[in-house]
Design a binder for this molecule. Structure first.
Ligand code: FES
Length: 164
């Protein structure tokens, strides 16, 4: 026959079997919260860090100086740069229109944009149309292997030539 306990800890003793379950639930909750915090932090880092690059690399080789005869202005449309050679002087001028980014073409007087009619002289100075700024000049250098290298990450003052 069951006997009712009158001991002050009798209630605690009755609850005792449930304590491990509460601890397990508390531990699972803690692990779940910690895990979701870690997962959230990792996904934020993955989201913020760029995983792809778009467009051309800023620095690239374009060939030997002899590939560009004196007096030529050769537009490398895929690279969006025009290589200019006048005797021993060479330069790289951007062919990206400073209005909205179309590729400018070579014209008799310099460069002309087919999109909205901006015009530039042979040094890239704006001579007409909506373009707000001149075409930038990029650093042109000679690599140790004799190849010309354009660095579109480095702009130079217009009129800065590489002597080859
Ligand atoms: S993009 Fe060249 S004039 Fe507008």
């Amino acid at each position: 026959m069951p006997v009712a306990s009158t001991h002050p800890d009798s209630h605690t003793a009755a609850v005792e079997p449930h304590m491990p379950r509460r601890r397990v639930l508390a531990w699972l909750t803690s692990v779940g919260l910690f895990g979701s915090a870690v997962l959230s932090a990792v996904s934020n880092l993955v989201f913020i860090k760029p995983r792809a690059t778009y467009g051309q690399p800023a620095r690239f080789a374009i060939g030997k100086p002899d590939d560009f005869p004196s007096g030529t202005r050769i537009s490398l449309d895929i690279k969006r740069v025009c290589i200019v050679r006048d005797g021993p002087k060479m330069a790289a001028i951007s062919t990206t229109c400073t209005h909205l980014g179309c590729i400018v073409g070579i014209s008799d007087t310099g460069f002309a944009c087919p999109c909205h009619g901006s015009r530039f002289d042979q040094d890239g100075t704006v001579t007409g149309g909506p373009a707000p700024k001149p075409l930038p000049w990029f650093k042109l250098s000679l690599a140790p292997n004799g190849e010309l290298e354009v660095d579109k990450g480095t702009q130079v003052e217009p009129g800065t030539y590489l002597n080859v």
